[in-house]
Design a protein around this ligand. Structure first.
Ligand SMILES: C[S@@+](CC[C@H](N)C(=O)[O-])C[C@H]1O[C@@H](n2cnc3c(N)ncnc32)[C@H](O)[C@@H]1O
Length: 365
């Protein structure tokens, strides 16, 4: 692939917490799940947590190649240290090169050919090479430099009460809000950090930086730092311990993935058109924050297809940051919102920057 950018694709580490998605979907009971591939973590973790079938779609082929890379490494290859090769932990790029040289003979041919042409991203540790990830890591370096003392004090905290106090004292400051407003200013963010399509529908009167800042409290306070791989990856570029990783990379997750006979189906398509042409029924829908990328009209179309392709009692989750679309009137009685679960999961979510939207589908009412 001819890639003129210094980044591989839009996202190389899914910014969604697989625990949240798995709980919302009640994944262990599901038989057929449709999921957005994105950077791969969610479909692969859901696959490890269910006996059901997983269909992962994405409109961007690079996200699928990345997801398949992660999946193949865990599913088929025993010899390599996936955490370090993928970049969750640090190693020299020369070591990654040595690992990749060995993988060439083991990878399926199409994956092999693709990654041979894009190997420089693998040598960097692919989870750091997304447009969003590269943008954030640079900004975090500036943040750590400008607010050294605040960060140091915060990292010394040992429990929730201390994190709360440290957050209020050191982070909840006008100059940190200003920092957020500047770095996430849409003119900067949409050019360097985020696919502009995801910001197109946003409310122009709201500051994106303040939206992120307002969720920062939950990110910093609600979950222990040493159990949150998102926090660690954002602040230091690697996880602190091998056990603090997405489920698919834990020993238990790896064992489950290797033991499963069926495969994840990876499909390069737009989710709306996929559902439109589908005669299959699903009992779980993971829609990522695709609604942020859609107009209200397209969102309505998506939900109509979700409804048409759903089993009774199917579970649905999507996330939103920029839009606040309501379920269209004609579908309202079929989409039963689980507000209690939304509130609970928003508190335990390890990447709590999005609003959760969780529903059960009632077919016969
Ligand atoms: C919505 S984005 C947001 C990133 C996400 N929050 C994450 O954690 O990675 C996730 C993925 O959705 C894909 N996507 C966006 N619109 C889509 C659509 N209509 N159909 C299928 N995939 C879509 C993008 O290519 C991207 O890989």
């Amino acid at each position: 692939m001819d890639n003129k950018n210094d980044y591989y694709s839009n996202f190389t580490l899914s910014q969604e917490d697989e625990r949240t998605e798995a709980t919302a979907l009640s994944i262990s009971d599901r038989k057929r799940v449709i999921t957005i591939a994105s950077a791969g973590e969610i479909p692969i973790c859901l696959y490890a947590k269910t006996d059901g079938e997983i269909i992962a779609v994405d409109s961007d082929i690079r996200q699928l190649y990345l997801s398949q890379l992660k999946y193949t490494i865990v599913k088929r290859i025993d010899e390599i240290d996936a955490l370090r090769f993928l970049g969750y932990k640090k190693i020299e790029s020369s070591e990654r090169k040595n690992i990749f040289d060995k993988l060439i003979n083991i990878f399926p041919k199409d994956l092999n050919n693709f990654w041979k042409q894009n190997k420089e991203y693998l040598y960097e540790g692919v989870v750091h090479t997304g447009r969003y990830e590269k943008f954030i890591i640079k900004k975090v370096k500036i943040f750590n430099f400008l607010f050294k003392n605040a960060v140091r004090q915060f990292l010394l905290t040992k429990n929730r009460a201390q994190r709360q106090v440290a957050f209020n004292k050191h982070f909840n400051r006008w100059y940190i809000r200003l920092f957020f407003k500047i770095i996430f200013h849409p003119r900067i963010f949409a050019r360097r950090g985020m696919d502009p399509r995801s910001l197109k529908q946003r409310n122009k009167n709201q500051s994106v930086g303040l939206q992120y800042f307002n969720k920062l409290r939950n990110f910093c306070v609600e979950n222990p730092i040493d159990e949150n791989y998102f926090f660690q990856m954002h602040f230091s570029g690697s996880v602190n311990k091998d056990s603090c990783v997405p489920y698919y990379l834990t020993p238990e997750g790896v064992k489950k993935i290797k033991g499963k006979k069926d495969e994840i189906k990876w499909i390069h398509t737009d989710v709306i058109s996929y559902l439109k042409h589908s005669e299959e029924k699903f009992d779980a829908f993971h829609l990522s924050n695709v609604p942020d990328w859609l107009t209200q009209e397209k969102f309505n179309e998506l939900l109509e297809e979700v409804y048409r392709c759903s089993e009774d009692k199917a579970r649905v989750i999507w996330r939103t940051l920029h839009v606040n679309y309501d379920v269209p009137d004609k579908l309202k009685k079929y989409f039963i919102r689980d507000e209690q679960q939304e509130r609970n999961l928003e508190l335990s979510d390890r990447f709590p920057f999005y609003q959760l939207n969780i529903f059960s589908i009632a077919k016969d009412c």
